[in-house]
Design a binder for this molecule. Structure first.
Ligand SMILES: Nc1ncnc2c1ncn2[C@@H]1O[C@H](COP(=O)(O)OP(=O)(O)OP(=O)(O)O)[C@@H](O)[C@H]1O
Ligand SMILES: N[C@@H](CCO)C(=O)O
Length: 322
């Protein structure tokens, strides 16, 4: 369930009026999702998703909502937040910060194939190109400082072999981040959590189009190759072994590079960034597993999966030769 805050028809109607939309026709709570309260909302103009933010404050939201607006206005399949008369994207519903975005069609996939990976690679590259003129900055809040703070907290819960892996990978990260090559990598506002459950596809089997990329609430300024590594580590990894599936990885990379060719430095550092991305999600899953947030409905995701992805990335570095 994902309704932490009940919203009455009257409260939803008042939001719609502030956003210049017609009367409420229907509203329905959305069952999936664990961070926020979400409702599907119908008006005479169409279908919308209303989100009440349960953790993020008014001040934190403009970066995410402006980024979604920026990408949507450049033709990317991203929900566009509806602005009020003053152009503001952050509203208030039931005392919580809230936003209304257009509802995208489609379904998330559990098992993406080569076609889906190609679709995603192309859209990801276009997202990276489209932020060249996005003016807002916010550090990736799961970046190196967060990893430095989280590693010692989870380390006491690890078996010796895993603690050794963590130490090795933290050392690798420090060296990587200090290198001139890393510091020169192209960067911008990236999604940073574009897993298969944050995208939707619509259309006939075998010819589906990527119809939606959503859940931008881990977005931040980071390198494009980090964002690509996050995607490779989820869309192109075997969920049992944690190993990279080379045909899917090659399909995704070719489609990405058809839109945005990677520089030789980006290609050279991609294996290191796959380790960065795997470490980031290993740490967040370890933290959710061993130190669950109080009263959280969060069903912790398995940290061991990202330990396997991390070992694979560290032991079998994959150099894309496309
Ligand atoms: N713009 C949209 N159009 C259609 N469906 C959407 C849209 N935004 C969200 N959804 C649906 O609502 C569900 C919950 O959204 P989301 O994943 O953003 O939830 P959350 O609680 O904010 O985040 P989390 O995934 O971290 O739990 C999604 O799985 C998707 O099915
Ligand atoms: N995509 C993350 C959860 C949300 O950040 C994971 O699978 O661990």
């Amino acid at each position: 369930m994902a309704v932490y805050t009940e919203v009455s028809a009257e409260q939803a109607g008042s939001l719609l009026a502030q956003l210049g939309l017609g009367p409420l026709v229907a509203m329905q709570p959305i069952g999936s999702g664990i961070e926020n309260t979400n409702y599907f909302v119908t008006t005479p103009e169409g279908e919308w998703v209303m989100t009440l933010f349960e953790r993020l404050s008014h001040d934190q939201l403009p970066f995410y909502l402006r980024l979604m607006q920026h990408l949507a206005q450049r033709g990317l399949p991203v929900p566009e937040p509806r602005a009020n008369a003053q152009g503001g994207l952050v509203q208030t519903v039931a005392g919580k910060p809230a936003a209304l975005v257009n509802r995208l069609q489609g379904e998330s996939l559990d098992a993406p194939d080569l076609h889906h990976c190609r679709e995603l690679g192309g859209v990801l590259a276009r997202m990276h190109l489209a932020v060249a003129d996005f003016p807002l900055q916010q550090p990736n809040l799961r970046g190196l400082p967060w990893r430095e703070a989280t590693a010692p907290v989870v380390r006491p819960h690890l078996a010796p072999a895993d603690a050794a892996l963590l130490d090795q990978e933290m050392a690798h990260q420090r060296e990587l981040h200090a290198s001139a090559a890393y510091q020169a990598l192209p960067a911008g506002a990236v999604h940073a959590d574009l897993f298969r459950d944050n995208a939707m596809f619509a259309g006939l089997p075998g010819r589906e189009r990527l119809s939606g990329v959503f859940d931008f609430y881990f977005a931040g300024t980071d390198t494009f190759v980090f964002d690509l590594a996050v995607v490779l580590n989820d869309w192109c990894v075997d969920l049992d072994s944690g190993r990279l599936d080379l045909p899917r990885a090659q399909a995704l990379m070719s489609a990405y590079q058809a839109e945005r060719p990677l520089s030789s430095t980006e290609l050279r550092l991609l294996p290191a960034l796959r380790r960065t991305a795997a470490l980031r999600f290993w740490l967040s899953r370890l933290s959710d597993w061993h130190l669950p947030r109080e009263a959280s409905l969060l069903l912790p995701k398995d940290p061991a999966h990202f330990e396997r992805v991390l070992r694979d990335a560290a032991e079998r570095p994959w150099h894309a030769d496309v």
